[in-house]
Ligand binder design. Structure first.
Ligand code: NDP
Ligand code: MG
Length: 389
C-alpha cells in the first residue's frame, strides 16, 4: 500500500473542490486532508475542516467572527494570498489541489511548484493568463496534473509518449444547451436557458462559458501551455455525449482518446492518485456494454453559432496581452449577462471589442498579466455601460 498522501485543497467549498474532497473521503487510507482554503464562505469551510480533520484553513479576508470560530475548533486560520502561499510551502503537505476560481491562488501555485510539491490544477486563470510565469516552474514530469477533464484526458493519453510525436491535440465540447437551438433565436437566450448544461453540473461562470464555448477556447489555450504545443496543433470538436474527453493524434497517424463517464471525480482521482488508479468503476461499467452504447458522434464547431470560440482561439494564437485581457473581459460580460443587463449575444461582441481596442504593451511579468485581467474587465464594464448594461 502506498503511503498516505497529505493533501491541501484550495477552493474546497466549490464545485471542483467538492469532487476532490469526495475522492479524499472515499479513500481515507490513501489521503489525509491537512489544509483547506476558500474565498469567503467561513461557515462551509469550517464544516469541511472539522469533517476532514484539517489542522489549517485559509480565507481570503477572514472576519473577527471567523477567526474566533476557527480558533474555538482548534484550527489555525490563515488569510489571503500569503496564507495560501504558506499552505503551499508547508513541509507537512505533499500534494496541493488548486480548485479556486479567479487569480487569488496564482502566487501559491508558484510557491507549490518551487517547493517541489505535487500539484493538481483545475484553476484555468493560472494557466491561461499566467502560463508563461507558471509553466517554467514545473520541475519534473507529472508534477503538475491537470484536473480539467479534457486536459486530464490528454495528460493520460500522453503517459509514456514523447511530446515530439504529437501531431495534434483535440479537446471535446458537449456543445452546451445551444448546440441545436435555432440560430435566429440565439438573441432571446435567457440566463436560465444558458445555465441548463446538458452534461455537467458546475459553477455558474463556467456553465455560461460552456454555453458560449468561451470555455473551450480557453481550454485550447490551456492545452497549448500545459503540453507545450503550438496553436496550430490544438483544436476542439463537439461530442454531445461527453464520454470522450480528449484525443491525441500522433505522427504515425494513430490516435488515442480517453473515454470515461462525465464526472469530475474521475480526473480528480487521476490527478490525486497518479501513478496509480483508484477503484472507482461500478459493476455496470466493468461489463461489456451493448455495442450501441459505444457509438461516438463528433461534429465540427459552427463558427456562426459559437463566435466566441474563434475569438478566444485567436487570442490564444496571438498570445501576449490577449489571453489575460479576454479573461477579464469575459468575467465581466458573463456577470452582466447573468444579472440580465446584457443579451447573450453581446458576450462575444464585448470580448471582441476589448481585444480589438487594446493597444498597450505585452505583459512582461506576472504582475503585468494580472493588471491586464483588470484592464480587460474595466474595458468590458465601459462597453457594458455604453450598451446600457
Ligand atoms: P466554484 O465557483 O464552484 O468554486 C470556487 C471556489 O474557489 C470556492 O471554494 C471559493 O470559495 C473559492 N475561492 C474563490 N476565491 C478564492 C480565493 N481568493 N482564495 C481561496 N479560495 C477562493 O468554481 P468551480 O469549482 O466551478 O471552478 C473552480 C476553478 O476550476 C475555475 O477556475 C474553473 O474554471 C475550473 N474548472 C471547473 C470545472 C467544473 O467542473 N466546475 C471543470 C474544470 C475546471 P467560496 O465558497 O468561499 O466563495
Ligand atoms: Mg473542461
Amino acid at each position: 500500500m502506498a503511503e498516505r498522501k497529505r493533501v491541501a485543497v484550495i477552493g474546497a467549498t466549490g464545485s471542483v473542490g467538492t469532487s476532490i474532497l469526495d475522492i479524499c473521503a472515499r479513500f481515507p487510507d490513501r489521503f489525509e486532508v491537512t489544509s483547506l482554503a476558500a474565498g469567503s464562505n467561513a461557515e462551509a469551510l469550517l464544516g469541511l475542516a472539522v469533517k476532514f480533520g484539517a489542522r489549517r484553513a485559509c480565507l481570503a479576508d477572514p472576519s473577527p467572527e471567523a477567526l474566533s470560530s476557527f480558533e474555538r475548533a482548534g484550527i489555525e486560520l490563515l488569510a489571503g494570498a500569503d496564507g495560501l502561499a504558506e499552505i503551499a510551502r508547508m513541509p507537512e503537505t505533499d500534494h496541493i489541489a488548486f480548485a479556486s476560481s479567479g487569480t487569488g491562488a496564482i502566487g501559491a501555485l508558484q510557491c507549490a511548484l518551487i517547493a517541489d510539491k505535487d500539484v493538481s490544477l483545475a484553476n484555468k486563470e493560472s494557466i491561461v493568463a499566467a502560463g508563461p510565469w507558471v509553466m517554467p516552474l514545473v520541475k519534473r514530469p507529472d508534477q503538475l496534473r491537470p484536473v480539467d477533464s479534457e486536459h486530464s484526458a490528454i495528460w493520460q493519453c500522453l503517459r509514456d509518449e514523447p511530446k515530439s510525436d504529437v501531431a495534434r491535440i483535440i479537446l471535446t465540447a458537449s456543445g452546451g444547451p445551444f448546440r441545436e437551438w435555432p440560430l435566429e433565436r440565439m438573441g432571446e437566450v435567457r440566463p436560465e436557458d444558458a445555465l441548463k448544461h446538458p452534461v455537467w453540473a458546475m459553477g455558474a461562470k463556467i456553465t455560461i462559458d460552456s454555453a458560449t464555448l468561451v470555455n473551450k477556447g480557453i481550454e485550447c489555450i490551456e492545452a497549448m501551455q500545459l503540453f507545450s504545443q503550438p496553436a496550430d496543433r490544438v483544436g476542439a470538436v463537439i461530442h454531445p455525449r461527453s464520454l470522450v474527453h480528449g484525443l491525441v493524434l500522433f505522427s504515425d497517424a494513430t490516435m488515442k482518446f480517453l473515454f470515461s463517464r462525465p464526472d469530475m471525480r474521475m480526473p480528480s482521482a487521476a490527478a490525486l492518485a497518479w501513478p496509480e488508479r483508484l477503484p472507482l468503476g461500478n459493476e455496470e461499467e466493468f461489463s461489456i456494454p451493448p455495442v450501441g452504447e459505444w457509438e461516438l458522434e463528433f461534429q465540427e464547431i459552427e463558427a456562426r453559432r459559437f463566435p466566441c470560440f474563434g475569438l478566444v482561439l485567436d487570442a490564444g494564437r496571438s498570445g501576449g496581452a490577449c489571453p489575460p485581457l479576454l479573461i477579464g473581459a469575459d468575467e465581466v460580460a458573463v456577470g452582466a449577462f447573468l444579472k440580465g443587463s446584457i443579451p447573450f449575444l453581446a458576450i462575444s461582441n464585448i470580448i471582441g471589442l476589448v481585444l480589438e481596442r487594446y493597444s498597450g504593451p505585452r505583459p512582461r511579468s506576472l504582475e503585468d498579466a494580472i493588471e491586464l485581467i483588470s484592464d480587460g474587465a474595466r474595458m468590458a464594464r465601459e462597453i457594458c455601460s455604453a450598451i446600457g448594461g
